[in-house]
Design a protein around this ligand. Structure first.
Ligand code: FES
Length: 139
């Protein structure tokens, strides 16, 4: 029996970057974005929101930048350890990303977190005319 809901094959996670997926936060009744990042021999899952400004996405849709195994929020340069979610540098230093429980079985990453329901890979589908979020603003 699979350990949870299949998200994606591990090989689909870009090297030195992330894969975004959308979940339903069951208690909040709200869609949220999460990301997968490959570690040495496992995969970690985190909600895709910076801890400096929590409406800002770390992976803006084409994979989060990484430096030395840390996820980088490009907005103000916060670094997050990809295995612990700990912010090691930047304006939210000391904070942690919110974890989403995932596990790998036979080369596939599964969502195993009771708080979330898997909806789809990719970002939240939003109205392209809605530029109210600063992470959507094109300059
Ligand atoms: S919003 Fe991520 S570092 Fe400021």
């Amino acid at each position: 029996m699979p350990p949870g809901t299949a998200i994606a094959a591990v090989e689909e996670i870009p090297e030195e970057s992330t894969l975004v997926f959308t979940v339903e936060d069951i208690e909040a009744d709200e869609e949220k974005e999460a990301l997968l990042v490959e570690l040495d021999d496992e995969v970690a899952g985190w909600l895709n929101y910076c801890q400096h400004m929590t409406h800002i996405k770390i992976d803006k849709g084409s994979g989060a930048p990484m430096r030395n195994g840390e996820l980088v929020c490009e907005n103000h340069g916060a670094y997050f350890e990809s295995d612990t979610g700990y912010c090691s540098f930047g304006p939210c230093e000391g904070a942690y990303l919110e974890e989403v429980d995932v596990t790998v079985d036979a080369g596939t990453a599964y969502l195993t977190d009771d708080e979330y329901e898997f909806l789809r890979t990719g970002a939240i589908e939003s109205d392209p005319s809605d530029l109210s979020s600063s992470s959507n603003v094109k300059i």
